[in-house]
Write a protein that binds this ligand. Structure first.
Ligand SMILES: CC(C)(COP(=O)(O)OP(=O)(O)OC[C@H]1O[C@@H](n2cnc3c(N)ncnc32)[C@H](O)[C@@H]1OP(=O)(O)O)[C@@H](O)C(=O)NCCC(=O)NCCS
Length: 330
């Protein structure tokens, strides 16, 4: 019988917008304060794009680093999957723009849209291609530039978001102690209006009226999202440990969607995760949507907090509504 294949993360690369926007910068344009933002969210600053940067440029920067770290050339990449809700253009797929920027001429390219859960959705899709034995070098990217669709007149949303990208290279392994051990994906379409951009799609195409009403920007029911987030993050932690027959002791690091310090803490406190086992970079990154989890994974790796042999748990939720988790042995 053929040995069963798993998909393993061979390398991670990250990139962020070149401009830093601090809470003081928001104090200058909105009725808000550093104290309010810090206390309610944990965010102190976030990186956002310059005019020259976009979702594809950040994604390509992150992917280039991951591909080089995996010892590959772009020409050896078989597939590029980009999770994003801020595509380069509505058409074609952002992954195609990334392919062009990388010169990854042999890659099949497509996007996945599951908002802040998008990276874990894309990771699951990419892992399935690798496990099938048909694809060997699959680049999975989470990339978003929410600064491009944030309403800088809405203090309840714009202070939360940053721009970034995180990329991993997936490769097949037969090593039983390595690879993606478990993934879980869920959605709840009747919660679409918790977080959405009303105009610019087929339901309400862009018009002078939609622009005047600022409907091309993100709208969010913050309180409702908060409650949903805590419930689903807790559920994901429980599901991931139970499915892998693991306890808190078996997990080296939880890498949660960097959404809000209080949400992360409420979720991980339920299982008494010690603080050093929960990776948080929200203070200097903000919420970077699909980039949030791979960006945190990449930073944790760079800081030596995780690395080959570590067992990490990735959990996220987002617009859709969607929620997703994964357990990975690096
Ligand atoms: C957005 C969020 C930080 C707001 O915190 P909150 O404690 O729920 O605050 P509320 O929305 O109830 O607002 C409380 C007050 O603060 C005000 N407020 C909102 N944003 C503010 C800001 N940036 N600065 C100052 N005051 C602000 C509100 O207007 C409200 O004022 P009011 O009482 O006079 O009406 C919080 O709900 C949250 O993090 N939700 C989840 C959001 C999220 O995760 N989104 C992305 C999902 S992927």
């Amino acid at each position: 019988m053929a040995e069963s294949l798993r998909a393993a993360i061979a390398a991670v690369g990250i990139a962020v917008g070149d401009k830093i926007m601090t809470n003081a910068d928001f104090e200058a344009i909105l009725d808000t304060s550093d104290e309010w933002i810090t206390k309610r969210t944990g965010i102190k600053e976030r990186h956002i794009c310059t005019e020259e940067q976009s979702t594809a440029t950040l994604a390509a920067d992150a992917a280039r680093k991951a591909i080089a770290d995996a010892g590959l050339t772009p020409g050896e990449v078989d597939m590029i999957i980009c999770a994003t809700v801020t595509p380069e253009m509505p058409l074609p797929a952002t992954a195609c723009f990334i392919q062009e920027l990388l010169g990854a001429d042999s890659a099949a390219c497509f996007d996945v849209g599951a908002a802040c859960s998008g990276f874990i959705y894309a990771l699951t899709v990419g892992a399935t291609f690798v496990e099938s034995g048909k694809y060997k070098n699959v680049v999975v990217i989470g990339a978003d530039t929410l600064s491009k669709i944030a309403d800088y007149e809405d203090r309840g949303t714009c202070v939360l978001f940053g721009d970034g990208a995180g990329a991993v290279v997936l490769q097949p392994t037969t090593d039983p102690g390595k690879g993606i051990l478990h993934t879980v994906l869920h959605s709840k379409g009747d919660g679409w209006d918790f977080i959405h951009v009303p105009a610019g799609g087929s339901r309400t195409p862009t018009s002078e009226e939609t622009i005047a009403q600022r409907q091309h920007y993100i709208k969010m029911r913050g309180r409702d999202v908060y409650k949903f987030a805590v419930e689903k993050m807790q559920w994901l932690l429980g599901n991931c440990m139970e499915s892998c027959n693991m306890t808190v002791d078996d997990i080296d690091m939880v890498i949660p969607h960097q959404v809000n310090n209080r949400i992360i803490q409420s979720a991980t406190d339920k299982f008494d995760f010690p603080i050093e086992k929960v990776y948080v970079n929200i203070d200097h990154r903000g919420n970077t949507s699909a980039a949030s989890v791979p960006l945190a994974l990449g930073e944790a790796w760079q800081e030596g907090k995780v690395g080959p042999g570590s067992t990490v748990m990735l959990i996220a939720f987002g617009a859709g509504l969607t929620w997703a988790g994964a357990v990975v042995k690096l």
